[in-house]
Design a protein around this ligand. Sequence first.
Ligand SMILES: Nc1ncnc2c1ncn2[C@@H]1O[C@H](COP(=O)(O)OP(=O)(O)O)[C@@H](O)[C@H]1O
Ligand SMILES: [Mg+2]
Length: 264
Amino acid sequence: MPTPITVSIINHKGGVNKTTANLHIGAGLAKLGKRVLVVDLDTQMNLTHSLIGDLPEDEPCVSDVMIKNQIPLHNIIRPTSVPNMDIAPSSESMVDLEINLHAAINREHRLKIALAHPELKKYDFIIIDNGPHIGNAALNSLMASQFYLVPVSAEYLPLVGLTHLTRTIAQIKPFNPTLQNIGYLLTMVDRREGISSEIEAVLRETFKDEVFANIVRINTKFKACPQKRQTIFDIEGPTGKGYTDYLNVSKEFLERVEKAHAKN
Ligand SMILES: Nc1ncnc2c1ncn2[C@@H]1O[C@H](COP(=O)(O)OP(=O)(O)O)[C@@H](O)[C@H]1O
Ligand SMILES: [Mg+2]
């Protein structure tokens, strides 16, 4: 398998657990012995905030790497409290990324070029967190990725939104033919609620085995993670709901990546 394997976490909708999935699949893979880099491409900086706190605006972040083309990405990487997992953080200057990339040469490939640096070969996985807006930042993410993962909240199923995402991906594919869906991940599932089961049924009927077999159950403990700069693996023990869910999702993620590579 060629490494690093790069994965975009993407969905046009906010609040569907993109950042939480990024953080916990990253930490889950690290727990399973993989070396992981997470990249924060969201102007909201939630992933950065959850792992290392807010970066001072004058510290270079991933947008400076992409805009200026002079700072190698490994110069901005920071360790996190999760063993085996580092972060390429975002800061306030991320807000300028869209404007500054607008007229830049090779603007969709800036992240791909930055991630190709030999210093990053030590990572098994690079997982990129995206905001809900598909602009230059998300295009860079998808152009740099072999896989994308779509978290879908079991509270509300925006099937129209998912159709839009499929259309966006279809537009990108001619320019990145290796891009594949690693799966739809159902999050915030509450099986006592009829709506949760209905959404799960529709999603599985529509997307078949593109949907992860494992799901993430609703669990208020996740809300405490960002402020404590901890993951659910620190907050809960191995029998905890969130701990079990994300460890299972991370194992399935590895199986799905291996299966995709075996097919190609
Ligand atoms: N399994 C879960 N159950 C309940 N709330 C969750 C769960 N996972 C994450 N959350 C919370 O849901 C909110 C939105 O999640 P987030 O990952 O920030 O979404 P996005 O990045 O897609 O906007 C956050 O407050 C987060 O703590
Ligand atoms: Mg987010």
